[in-house]
Design a protein around this ligand. Structure first.
Ligand code: AP5
Length: 220
């Protein structure tokens, strides 16, 4: 399965990606996670990206495309991949098309999660992420079983992202509407664009997502 997840900040892309990657046994390629790792490691790329991320703006296309092209060199994409948070501009989508053509690969589906903007600020304000294994929680809707402890790896560092402050969240939503929504018109003519509502509980959205996408292939 070669899949793109599209949707505004807080739509639940990362949350659904965790389930989908397990279901299809494919790597989760999140440009946001990759950039945050670079910021933490204080690399040149991380230092450059940090000021854009802190303001809720997009990191320049050429930086992102170079980072994804390098990621595509890893052998784990042979059985497919899930792209989360990429592409985010038409220029990135065009760059991805070229990358895929060069590798003789085709996308199977582009899944857009749609949701009302007013839900997003409260969802993101309550998000916490395990700094060790990146499992996503929500203090209201999806808290860890033991307060402050990751259910998956027992890590004790559940952190709030720097860009999950109300003003930055609003800036990110605006950027999404202006720069990323046009991607729907880019992908619709391909006939592989699927849309699912992100309203309701995590389990309800998961059920809709599962019903929309094809089942995982049986392995021998
Ligand atoms: P990125 O990390 O990609 O963030 P985003 O797209 O803004 O999306 P989020 O991760 O905030 O939301 P999500 O949809 O994954 O929601 P989640 O599942 O976590 O990008 C961050 C920044 O990096 C960008 O602003 C930009 O600067 C830069 N960047 C990244 N990629 C780039 C690119 N390609 N080009 C340029 N710049 C780039 O869920 C959110 C919360 O809601 C969680 O607490 C979760 O538990 C909860 N939740 C999820 N589903 C539900 C539900 N159904 N009901 C209740 N709560 C729910």
């Amino acid at each position: 399965m070669r899949l793109i997840l599209l949707g505004p900040p807080g739509a639940g892309k990362g949350t659904q990606a965790q389930q989908l990657c397990a279901r299809y046994d494919i790597p989760h390629i999140s440009t946001g996670d990759m950039l945050r790792d670079q910021v933490l490691e204080k690399t040149a790329l991380g230092r450059k990206a940090r000021r854009f991320m802190a303001q809720g703006k997009l990191v320049p296309d050429e930086v992102i495309l170079a980072m994804v092209a390098e990621r595509f060199q890893k052998p784990d994409i042979a059985n497919g991949f899930l792209l989360d948070g990429f592409p985010r501009t038409v220029a990135q989508a065009v760059g991805l098309t070229s990358l895929l053509e060069a590798a003789h690969l085709e996308l199977d589906a582009i899944l857009a999660i749609t949701i009302d903007a007013e839900v997003l600020v409260s969802r993101l304000s309550a998000r916490r992420t395990c700094s060790n294994c990146k499992t996503i929680y929500n203090l209201i809707a999806q808290p860890p079983k033991r307060e402050g402890i990751c259910d998956v790896c027992s890590g004790t560092n559940l952190v709030q992202r720097d860009d999950d402050q109300p003003n930055t969240i609003r800036a990110r939503i605006e950027v999404y509407e202006r720069q990323t929504l046009p991607l729907l018109s880019y992908y619709r003519p391909m006939g592989k664009l699927l849309e699912v509502s992100g309203q309701g509980s995590v389990a309800e959205v998961q059920e809709r997502v599962q019903a929309t996408l094809p089942p995982a292939k049986e392995t021998d």
